[in-house]
Design a protein around this ligand. Structure first.
Ligand code: NAD
Ligand code: TDX
Length: 339
């Protein structure tokens, strides 16, 4: 399918984080005519090493805050599209301290939307399936674009608020905006606070994996490269004002994922600890991505989870310098929470 909108200069917020940096690499590899300006505050979750290897003539890096209206205005005045990944992204952190979530996720999105409105910039907002709350384990339903918003955590409620701002700025001011709500991503360069990399790096550093609650909670896993190709499809071929759900039919319980990690890393099946459950822990997420597939012809390429997981484990094994510096502080934070 040919691209209807062909951006030449895009601003990518949060481009030094996990999914944002994977998207920048994807664009540089697959879209030769596009220049990327990354705007990232480099919080604990941002890492310039994530952008290593990108040629200077393809990308400019700007360290800054999406809440800085003057900076954001200047960058968007020189762009034809903005792809907005920057966020505080971790549920457990949002439970311990919601303040930065409200600021970055809500005020930051507002600041970007005001600049997009002023400069007529196409705006793609990256959101999450968590805005829809959760499903019961025995419910055959999956989330669709029509599911009601029912966020459970401080994190997901700030993402829901940001989605609402985007919808209102489209309807009221005509900002040419799209939204995508994606399921759980995995792949290289994911911060070790998150489920899969935490367990992999625990094993690599001689500690035991930690499973919350009864371990039966279900997440719908997608490889981050498939998230990137879907975002590009929506940015260039999606209809302004529309929401698209992104998912790759990857439902698995946390126990199943942990078993796969233990097996792939030659550890005994019971080689993990049960720890305190997350307060308000969502039970199950599941995405129906029929609209994205039907309207935009998108398909995931990483359909073999065992293979994607093996590659991800290999990446953490081969890149200890990337994660070892953050391991102690991350685990100390969890230990203080009984997790
Ligand atoms: P991440 O925490 O790895 O990266 C976030 C990035 O945003 C970091 O580089 C950080 O420095 C930057 N940032 C944070 N606050 C900022 C600010 N005020 N100004 C500028 N930059 C700032 O997150 P991620 O997992 O890559 O998630 C990216 C986006 O995708 C988020 O919007 C998240 O809600 C969404 N999402 C994530 C998943 C997932 O599974 N991780 C799934 C669906 C949607
Ligand atoms: O040590 C752990 N043990 C454990 O059992 C951790 C860190 C998590 N878990 C559980 C909690 C969840 O059921 O694993 C599941 C996945 O946890 P996270 O990696 O924290 O992801 P989740 O809370 O599902 O949210 C993720 O997907 C949606 C991203 O962090 C969000 O940014 C995204 O919006």
């Amino acid at each position: 399918m040919a691209d209807a909108f062909q951006p030449e200069r895009i601003v990518v917020t949060g481009g030094a984080g996990f999914i944002g940096s994977n998207f920048v690499h994807w664009v540089v590899q697959n879209q030769p005519g596009v220049h990327v300006t990354v705007l990232d505050k480099l919080t604990y979750a941002g890492n310039l090493d994530n952008l290593e290897g990108i040629p200077e003539d393809r990308m400019e890096f700007v360290r800054g805050d999406i809440c800085d209206a003057q900076l954001v205005d200047g960058l968007l005045s020189r762009a034809d599209a903005a792809v907005h990944f920057a966020a505080e992204s971790h549920n457990d952190n949002s439970i311990a301290d919601p303040e930065p979530f409200v600021r970055t996720n809500v005020e930051g999105t507002y600041t970007l939307l005001e600049a997009a409105r002023k400069h007529g910039v196409r705006f793609h907002h990256i959101s999450t399936d968590e805005v829809y709350g959760d499903l019961a384990l025995d419910d055959p339903a999956r989330f669709t674009e029509d599911s009601p918003y029912k966020p459970s955590s401080p994190y997901s409620s700030t993402k829901a608020a940001s989605d609402m701002l985007v919808r209102a700025w489209h309807r009221t001011y005509g900002v040419p905006a799209t939204i995508s709500n994606c399921s759980n991503n995995y792949g290289p360069r994911q911060h070790i606070e998150k489920f899969i990399p935490r367990q992999v790096t625990n094993i690599l550093s001689g500690a035991r994996p930690k499973l919350y609650g009864d371990g039966l909670n279900v997440r719908d896993w997608i490889h981050t490269e498939d998230h990137s190709s879907a975002v590009w499809a929506i940015l260039t071929r999606g209809r302004a004002g529309e929401t698209y759900l992104i998912g790759a039919d990857g439902e698995r319980s946390n126990r199943e994922v942990l078993s796969a990690i233990l097996e792939a890393m030659d550890r005994p099946a019971d080689g993990f600890d049960w720890v305190r459950d997350r307060p308000g822990h969502d039970r199950r997420y599941a995405i129906d991505s029929a609209k994205l597939r039907r309207e935009l012809g998108w398909r995931p390429l990483h359909t073999d989870f065992a293979e994607g997981l093996a590659d991800t484990i290999a990446w953490y094994r081969d890149n200890p310098q990337w994660w070892q510096g953050a391991k102690e502080a991350t685990e100390a934070k969890y230990a203080a929470q009984g997790q």
